[in-house]
Each structure stands twice: as structure tokens, then as C-alpha cells.
Design a protein around this ligand. Structure first.
Ligand code: DQA
Length: 145
């Protein structure tokens, strides 16, 4: 794949969970809108959601050799806890953008720290589903697709 989109724990419940915070858009809606953008640019895109840290790490490892050129990741709560995901992304040596639907800086202080942010090309936080699209548009431009 050209671009790998990873969604971490609890994001399968988008549209149902804390809707005042995360809205009514579902993960399927988000993936579908990204797929449309990708198709326009004849870009191969894969989206994966997992509630399991290890499954995300395994997929990032595959990205080392499967032709992945760019990663977009919303690691959910693992953003704030996972040195393992950080290390996997560093091992993969692919540029990545960290996305959050909500503005994590307007929330609890434990959400202000990210184990990924200092290694990311960019962090987009608070734009909702549009944040993923902005990240993908950047990736497309960057990869000259
Ligand atoms: C989130 C923000 C995280 O702090 C939280 O744990 C999530 C979602 C977001 O997209 O706003 O699960 O990554």
C-alpha cells in the first residue's frame, strides 16, 4: 500500500461513544471518505483499526517491507502510553502524521503528552474527521501521487 491508516483502541465505537466530543461520524464514514480521496489519486490505501497494541505494532512492522510510503495514525489512548508504538514507527522509518479527532490540548492534562508527536511530520488535533483528510491530502502531495 502507499498509505497506511491506523486507528487505535475504542475508535471502532466512533459515532456511538462520547458523541459530544467525537461527533456522529463513524469509523466507516471516515475510511470511506479517505478511500474516495485515495481513488481520485489512484493511491493504494489500507485502513486498519485495532483495540490491541500488539496488532498495531505487527502491522507497523509489515509496513517496513510492504511498500508503505506514508502512515496516518490515530493511536487513541495509546498515544499517551505506548513506547512500543513509538519504537515500531521508528523501526518502520516511514513518515507519519498523528491525528486526533478532538483537541487533546483542551482536555485532561494526561492527554497533552504524546509518545509519537516529536517523531511525526505533523500532528492534527481537533479537526474531527477532516483531520484525516487533511493528512491524506498532504501525503498525496508529498508523494507526488
Ligand atoms: C483521541 C484522543 C485520545 O486522547 C483518546 O484516548 C482517544 C481518541 C482523538 O482522536 O481525539 O481515544 O485519539
Amino acid at each position: 500500500v502507499d498509505v497506511l491508516v491506523l486507528h487505535g483502541p475504542n475508535l471502532n465505537l466512533l459515532g456511538q461513544r462520547e458523541t459530544t466530543l467525537y461527533g456522529h461520524t463513524t469509523l466507516n464514514d471516515i475510511n470511506a471518505s479517505l478511500a474516495i480521496l485515495a481513488e481520485k489519486s489512484s493511491l493504494q490505501l489500507e485502513s486498519l483499526q485495532s483495540n490491541w497494541e500488539g496488532a498495531l505494532i505487527d502491522r507497523i512492522h509489515l509496513a517496513r517491507t510492504d511498500g508503505t510510503r506514508f502512515i496516518i495514525i490515530n493511536a487513541g489512548a495509546l498515544t499517551h502510553t505506548s513506547i512500543g508504538i513509538r519504537d515500531a514507527l521508528l523501526a518502520a522509518e516511514k513518515p507519519f502524521i498523528e491525528v486526533h479527532l478532538s483537541n487533546v490540548y483542551a482536555r485532561e492534562s494526561f492527554r497533552h503528552h504524546s509518545y509519537l508527536a516529536d517523531k511525526a511530520v505533523a500532528v492534527i488535533s481537533g479537526l474531527g474527521a477532516a483531520g484525516y483528510r487533511a493528512a491524506l491530502e498532504y501525503a498525496i502531495a508529498q508523494l507526488n501521487l
